[in-house]
Design a binder for this molecule. Structure first.
Ligand SMILES: [Fe+2]
Ligand SMILES: [Fe+2]
Length: 328
């Protein structure tokens, strides 16, 4: 209440420029911005876009792996995969809740996803063809997600930063279960090792695209960095991911599908080849191998779940009517 009171006095007393300066000074001092604090409209909009895209990615990300729950090769694998897919659903819900603190409703965000107006991570538009894909997703996709999300634990917007702390703990379990699947396959029969190599071949390049366009082409980077929504550039994070992942592939005895990949002794980095940005743009524009299927499945799930939402609302209305009656 006290903060809210101060805020409304602020709104009357300070012209916009002064408020914006004070806001930037708080960011520079590594203060967290909370839902009731004054913020520039552009900051709010950037966060709504980023957090909702992130939430959509978690929810759509359940689909390629959900396909494999019934086909997991053992009860142990099934239990781990089921837990992981449920975690992703939970991540989506934390993130929708964080976006709601910025004054947008969950229904509106879900509507943007289902109508195809909102974006989600391009990676989930690729198919999961074999069991090894589940290993590759955990190892590489969740590995890339961790690289992206660890810096977000220090994001300037409090509700987003706090959601990320729990999400990152769960992502690290996801990454390990994926790597362990890859390790088991790589040490198995020649066919199993071949399956692991094939999954790496298909997921490697789309995973590098997960970090977004090269720094020179990234539209939102500068402002996002100044507002500490983003702390590292796309290319910087991509390089960190490559440097962490190449030795892991070598440990598995697998080959990264990039003939130009080499270690630069002077710079201390693995230098990778040209990324096919045309493919990235195509998938992002809705023309990837599974875009249509993913949205169709998501829409059907939403429609099939309508009775659950209606029942929950009816139950809530009945309970609040009963409470009112008791109080009267
Ligand atoms: Fe997640
Ligand atoms: Fe995950």
């Amino acid at each position: 209440m006290y903060t809210q009171g101060l805020n409304s006095i602020d709104k009357i007393a300070a012209p916009d420029g002064e408020q914006a300066e004070r806001f930037q000074a708080r960011i520079d001092a590594d203060d967290r911005i909370e839902p009731n604090d004054w913020m520039p409209e552009q900051y709010r909009r950037t966060l709504v876009r980023q957090i909702s895209q992130h939430a959509h990615s978690e929810i759509v990300g359940m689909l390629p792996e959900g396909n494999w729950i019934t086909r997991a090769p053992s009860l142990r694998r099934k239990a781990a995969l089921l837990a992981k897919v449920q975690d992703e659903g939970g991540h989506g819900l934390y993130l929708y809740a964080a976006a709601e603190t910025l004054g947008v409703s969950r229904e509106e965000l879900i509507d943007q996803l289902l109508s195809g107006r909102a974006k989600y991570s391009s990676i989930f538009n690729y198919p999961t063809l074999t069991w090894a894909d589940i290993g590759a997703i955990g190892w590489l996709v969740d590995g890339a997600a961790i690289m992206n999300q660890i810096p977000l634990c220090r994001c300037s917007y409090g509700p987003y930063a706090r959601a990320m702390i729990r999400v990152c703990k769960e992502e690290s379990f996801h990454q390990r279960q994926g790597y362990e699947i890859m390790l088991t396959l790589s040490r198995g029969t020649p066919e199993q090792k071949e399956m692991a190599q094939d999954a790496l071949n298909r997921w490697w390049w789309p995973c590098l695209m997960m970090f977004g366009p090269p720094d020179g082409e990234s539209q939102h980077s500068d402002t996002s960095m100044r507002w500490k929504i983003k702390r590292f550039s796309n290319d910087g994070l991509r390089q960190k991911f490559v440097d962490a992942t190449v030795p892991q592939a070598h440990f598995l005895g697998l080959t990264i599908p990039d003939p130009t990949l080499h270690f630069d002794e002077a710079g201390g980095h693995w230098v990778y080849g040209e990324i096919d940005w045309d493919e990235f743009r195509r998938v992002l524009a809705g023309d990837g191998p599974c875009n249509r299927e993913r949205l169709a499945v998501r829409r059907k799930a939403h429609e099939d779940g309508a009775w659950v939402r209606e029942a929950a609302l009816a139950y809530a209305a009945k309970r609040s009517a009963a409470t009112r009656q008791k109080a009267a």
